[in-house]
Design a protein around this ligand. Structure first.
Ligand code: DX5
Ligand code: ZN
Length: 216
């Protein structure tokens, strides 16, 4: 069953608590939380205080996507803030193994992400160590972009690579997902679909219900 992960990057921050409740009540599986540092990506979003604050208001699974350089510096802090899973970018870590080990040590689900043009073979050393692989389907940094068509093939390539290693981490796709392409991504093998503008433009609860019916 495909999981739906609304990204709060596209939410109305004036009404963040209400919007989170709306997607939770409509059956969203994860809340996707995009942390950006203005260095790994050319944008700054939000960080620890926001996560701590919204954690008090909901039990939904927090899927924290760290788009920050050397995330190992902050794994413990994000763990304590209420993250359920922490995903780091392979391109942002000078020591990927230690970073993933640190996430495990904190008792969190562990994810690794690659940008749209990073060869999928670079994931190979880490396949056995992660619960989830996040394949970016846009250049990370901004919501509202168009999905790279290469994503469908990359899902298949990552799945094949994982199979060769005898593991089956969840495949999460992030960026440019909408009513037109969500089903095709699920059919290509995606396990988790992140959706920002598609969910939060309009009525977030109704939008999540639409995708719940489409995908489950
Ligand atoms: C982009 C973020 C995404 C973003 C997706 O760097 O990682 O999670 O919020 O937004 P949409 O769904 O609008 O492309
Ligand atoms: Zn994201």
């Amino acid at each position: 069953m495909v999981k739906i992960a609304p990204s709060i990057l596209a939410a109305d921050f004036n009404r963040l608590g209400e919007e989170i409740k709306a997607v939770e009540n409509a059956g969203a599986d994860y809340l996707h939380i995009d942390v950006m540092d203005g260095a790994f990506v050319p944008n700054i979003s939000f960080g620890l205080p926001l996560i701590k604050s919204i954690r008090r208001n909901t039990d939904i699974f927090f899927d924290v996507h760290l788009m920050i350089m050397e995330p190992i510096r902050f794994i413990e802090s994000f763990s304590e803030s209420g993250a359920d899973s922490i995903t780091v970018h392979l391109e942002a870590c000078s020591d990927v193994f230690s970073t993933l080990r640190q996430i495990r040590k904190c008792g969190k689900k562990c994810g690794i992400s690659i940008k749209p043009t990073t060869p999928v073979t670079r994931l190979e050393p880490y396949l056995e160590l992660v619960d989830m692989i996040l394949i970016m389907s846009v250049e990370p940094g901004f919501g509202g972009q168009t999905l790279f068509e290469s994503t469908y093939q990359r899902i298949k390539d990552v799945k094949a690579l994982a199979e060769e290693h005898g593991v089956s981490p969840d495949i999460e796709i992030d960026g440019g997902i909408n009513r037109e392409n969500a089903k095709a991504l699920a059919d290509a093998g995606a396990d988790v679909l992140v959706m920002g503008s598609t969910v939060f433009a309009g009525d977030p609860g109704e939008n999540v219900s639409y995708f719940t019916k489409l995908l489950k």
